[in-house]
Ligand binder design. Structure first.
Ligand code: ATP
Length: 919
């Protein structure tokens, strides 16, 4: 193992690649696993010190930076000044408890998000023990040989030892966003970072080509590791929704403060009450009416949503996506691997002599070839030795190909692109082994497959002759071919005939590839123009890639949920339409091709975008235009992507969705959400979860505000009427606290309502606190107010009880009434009057159980009585409280029923109206 002092940093860029390899005692075959392990201990993991979140003390302090807490601290100080030391102490105690609750809840939410972020650790392709392996990028050590290609994020600082058309974008390091060409030639020792073309630096992105690089520096020793401010910061917890709530909260707080002050002034002036008392009453009113628990509860709701999505394979990278998902109205989805299984099997081959069928499904190399002839409906098995054209076709398919087939634990697996894997499997079915073929025909150069180019070309020496092999999209190859190989002879290409054959395979839903070749001399480095003309066509192969069963279900769900799935595929239009039909897409008569999109103006595209479900032969740049057109028509779009060029479309989409398995690092970084299983159904699952989170937040708000409203109104009315306060400021604080930590949290855990995917997407512009919600808050506030006043007056005046007893009755009425209303709030509009409606939610009943225990303690424990001025209630009181609460529950159910009937006729007409709109 090479010895190196920590600060010693050789000029890797100025060395030849052999010198660099020698310096790190490595070779082009990479390290052995044992050596890599030893070096990992020596050099440490290849990771940058994660930027720490806010330290705990800072988070705790920030809890006090809150208008309510400041009011309370002020109130405590004022009480002390008025000589009420006991009250002051109690208020301060409660302040500390509220701050601690906020602190722990926020901490939990941050932790949840952090653990999800860690699910996205990047992987690296590395040579270990002479074989290609995928390892977590943090396990890379100096001396490793890594393979990188277009779309990858460079995992460590690399000295390039092999590079093909390699370009990388180094904006994260140098700020320069134009991609730079890289090769293996050493550069001057004094070259600037930006000019060190023999190096690929950690965190930069490969935008073209591929390369092998020797890892020279890892972790904090990389260039990026030394620029600490470049580190990605911890994502803020604030989402638009939370900011909206914060803003609404501030307006509400100011309103409440002014009302409280006015109320106090009126009490003092009109009723001649002592100023000190009125001050405390105003504070009490403010404390009672401000819903201080709300922001923390909403944060928890979002964090729970993120966790639930992660459990279902949707990893949220940016928190606001949780909210946006609920309003998605269009999902643009790639076909291959997302809607389909990406388990390609070659099923049919068209050679100039006729069509062949291949038996056997999957990657196992088992199955035989059969010729289809007009006179032979019962196909006959083929002997490869007699069929040179087929043998040559399969050979070309394996050589112009990077995939490998391997049996692992009794299962056949493909390493590499499944489209290419299918060709390897087909060849293996007749005994052609990849390793031998590739060993015998050394590859001199290659142009890798890219969606824009739609073909791949390789240069080999076959029987001493240099030969260019090409495989790609058949319509593209027909343009590049002028002849066809038939019985060993090249003859004129009948384009119409071959187009018919392509159509025939595509109409069966098969992905079609064409293979072609041409002799080529005096070329060592392939350029596009070498491959793009004068080719000789060898034949076509049709690959079966069945739709995923879950995707068929998910497409159905989309249709009831008012969401349009739209397929974007690089495949042929006819193939795409056939698959779209199998998936159950609605508008399947017409597919628009990438070229047609190019020919359209933005206005033309906007005009047709709502009628077309399938876009075929599309390239990444078309995706961006599709998103823009759909957004111009008012759509809220999710867009999937995997390649480096999908970045702009993913960023532009309302929710960019990257593939976790097939996707490049570049796509993942542009996306808001990453699919761990690359599955379309996962997107629909996440939308359902997003709708649920939003629903639950609305429910929580609708539930919490009336508790504040009820007690705020009670204090206000008492002051205005010049009577005794039914609830003291300290008691109001207590109620807010216990309701927020018990009842308030329960709704965040609610399951989705059964009809959640039968509603239309939420209008993103619709206000969170719409008229319906405000009405409900006012209505229930009044009900609770009636309960509180009723209870208080009954005990005080009706029974001649003490003021403490009357207040204990009022507070318990308020909390118990809220608990009953919590059951109403499980469904904003649907009835809960059923066994599952009332008893169906465990969190709700745990919360109710907890709040009752707390209330009993508050009512009967002597130190609670002393602190909060409560008193022991009798059985009769509890009977009235429980009856009153039940009455509140029933009245709200009655109100829902009336609203449901009113909304019934409107629902079908209102585009976004799953709740009644009150006019
Ligand atoms: P989708 O957009 O449905 O996910 P895709 O992105 O995989 O599909 P492309 O990869 O752009 O689509 O493929 C377009 C066409 O290029 C295919 O129909 C096929 O004919 C051809 N093709 C696909 N993969 C390869 C490959 N590895 N080598 C050569 N040609 C290929």
């Amino acid at each position: 193992m090479p010895e190196r002092k920590p600060h010693e940093r050789p000029n890797w860029h100025a060395m030849t690649s052999d010198e660099a390899l020698g310096n790190l005692e490595s070779s082009l075959k990479g390290l052995s696993s044992s050596e890599a392990e030893a070096r990992l201990t020596q050099y440490g993991p290849n990771e940058l010190q994660q930027q720490k979140g806010r330290p705990w003390w800072q988070r705790l302090l920030e809890q006090f930076n809150n208008i309510l807490i400041l009011i309370l601290i002020f109130a405590a100080a004022a009480s002390l000044w008025l000589g009420e030391a006991f009250d002051a102490g109690a208020i301060l105690g409660v302040v500390i408890i509220i701050a601690l609750i906020g602190f722990f809840q926020e901490g939990k939410a941050e932790q949840a998000l952090e653990s999800i972020r860690q699910m996205l650790t990047p992987q690296a392709q590395v040579m270990r023990d002479g074989k290609r392996e995928t390892v977590p990028a943090e396990n890379l050590v100096p001396g490793d040989i890594v393979l990188i290609e277009s779309g990858d994020r460079v995992p460590a600082d690399l000295r390039l030892v092999e590079a093909r058309r390699f370009r990388s974008e180094e904006a994260s390091l140098t700020g320069e966003s134009t991609p730079v060409d890289k090769d293996t030639a050493p550069v001057e020792a004094a070259a600037d970072l930006a000019d060190r073309s023999s190096m690929a630096y950690a965190s930069t992105i490969v935008v073209q080509g591929n390369a092998r690089g020797l890892v020279v520096e890892t972790g904090i020793n990389t260039q990026i590791g030394r620029i600490s401010e470049m580190l990605r910061g911890v994502e803020q917890l604030k989402t638009p929704l939370l900011r909206q709530i914060d803003r609404a909260g501030r307006v509400l707080a100011i309103f409440i403060l002014v009302t409280a002050a006015l109320t106090g002034v009126i009490g003092a002036l009109v009723h001649g009450q002592p100023l000190g008392d009125m001050f405390m009453a105003a504070v009490g009113l403010a404390v009672a009416a401000i819903p201080e628990g709300l922001p923390a509860i909403v944060t928890i709701g979002l964090a729970l949503g993120v966790q639930a999505m992660a459990r279902r394979n949707a990893i949220i990278r940016r928190l606001p996506a949780v909210e946006t998902l609920g309003s998605i109205s269009t999902i643009f989805s790639d076909k291959t691997g997302t809607l389909t299984r990406n388990e390609m099997t070659a099923q049919a081959i068209w050679l100039p002599q006729g069509e062949l069928r291949i038996k056997g499904i999957g990657f196992a190399p088992e199955g035989s070839f059969h010729r289809i002839g007009n006179s032979e409906p019962a196909a006959t098995a083929l002997n490869l030795d007699e069929n040179h054209a087929l043998r040559h076709f399969l050979k070309v398919g394996v050589l112009c190909n990077d995939a490998e087939l391997a049996e692992e634990d009794g299962r056949w697996q493909i390493h590499g692109d499944p489209t290419e894997g299918a060709l390897v499997v087909a060849a293996a079915k007749v005994g052609l082994t990849t390793g031998k073929l590739r060993g015998d025909h050394d590859r001199k150069d290659a142009i890798p497959f890219e969606s824009e180019r739609k073909y791949m070309a390789t240069l080999h020496e076959v029987d001493g002759e240099p030969l260019l092999l090409v495989k790609g999209a058949p319509d593209r190859l027909l343009e590049m071919c002028h002849r066809v190989r038939e019985d060993g002879q090249d003859s004129e290409l009948d384009v119409a005939l071959w187009e018919e054959r392509i159509h025939d395979l595509s109409a069966r839903g098969l992905r079609v590839l064409a293979l072609a070749e041409k002799p080529i001399h005096d070329v060592h480095e392939l350029e596009d123009e070498h491959a793009e003309e004068g080719l000789v066509l060898l034949g076509l192969v049709g690959l079966l890639d069945p739709p995923r069963d879950e995707a068929i279900e998910a497409v159905k769900d989309c249709q009831t949920a008012g969401i349009r799935p739209v397929m974007i595929t690089g495949d042929h239009a006819v193939t795409a339409l056939a698959i779209a039909r199998q998936l159950g897409f609605v508008h399947t008569e017409r597919a628009i091709s990438g070229r047609e999109i190019e020919a359209m103006s933005d206005a033309e595209l906007e005009a047709i975008i709502l009628e077309v479900d399938v876009f075929a032969r599309a390239a990444p740049e078309h995706k961006l235009r599709l998103v823009k057109a759909m957004q111009a028509r008012g759509g809220i779009c999710a867009m999937t992507g995997d390649g480096v060029n999908d970045g702009p479309a993913l960023k532009r989409a309302d929710v960019g969705v990257a593939m976790g398995i097939q996707g490049t690092e570049a796509a993942k970084e542009a996306a808001e959400m990453v699919l761990a299983d690359d599955n379309f159904a996962t997107i629909v699952g996440a939308i359902r979860e997003g709708r649920k989170v939003y629903d639950n937040i609305r429910k929580t708000i609708t539930f919490l505000l009336p508790t504040n409203g009820g007690q705020g109104l009670a204090i206000m009315l008492a002051v205005l009427a010049g009577t005794t306060l039914p609830v003291t400021p300290l008691q109001a604080l207590w109620v807010n606290m216990v309701v927020a930590v018990t009842l308030g949290l329960a709704l965040a855990f609610e399951d989705a309502e059964p009809d959640i995917m039968q509603r239309r997407p939420r209008d993103p512009d619709a206000a969170l606190l719409d008229l319906f919600l405000l009405w409900r808050v006012v209505f229930v506030s009044l009900l609770l107010l009636a309960g509180v006043f009723g209870m208080f007056s009954w005990i005080l005046y009706g029974q001649g009880g003490s003021i403490e007893l009357a207040r204990a009755g009022a507070v318990n009425m308020l909390v118990t009434g809220s608990a009953a209303y919590l059951i109403n709030s499980r469904f904003l509009l649907n009835s809960t009057l059923s066994i599952p409606g009332i008893f169906g939610s465990r969190p709700v009943w745990i919360a109710i159980g907890l709040v009752m225990v707390l209330q009993l303690a508050w009512t009967y424990l002597p130190f609670m009585q002393l602190t909060f001025g409560s008193a022991a209630l009798g059985l009769g009181h509890w009977t009235v409280i429980l009856t009153g609460s039940m009455a509140i529950y029933l009245v709200v159910e009655l109100e829902k029923r009336i609203l449901r009937t009113r909304a019934h006729g409107r629902r079908s007409r209102a585009p976004h109206g799953h709740y009644p709109r009150l006019r």
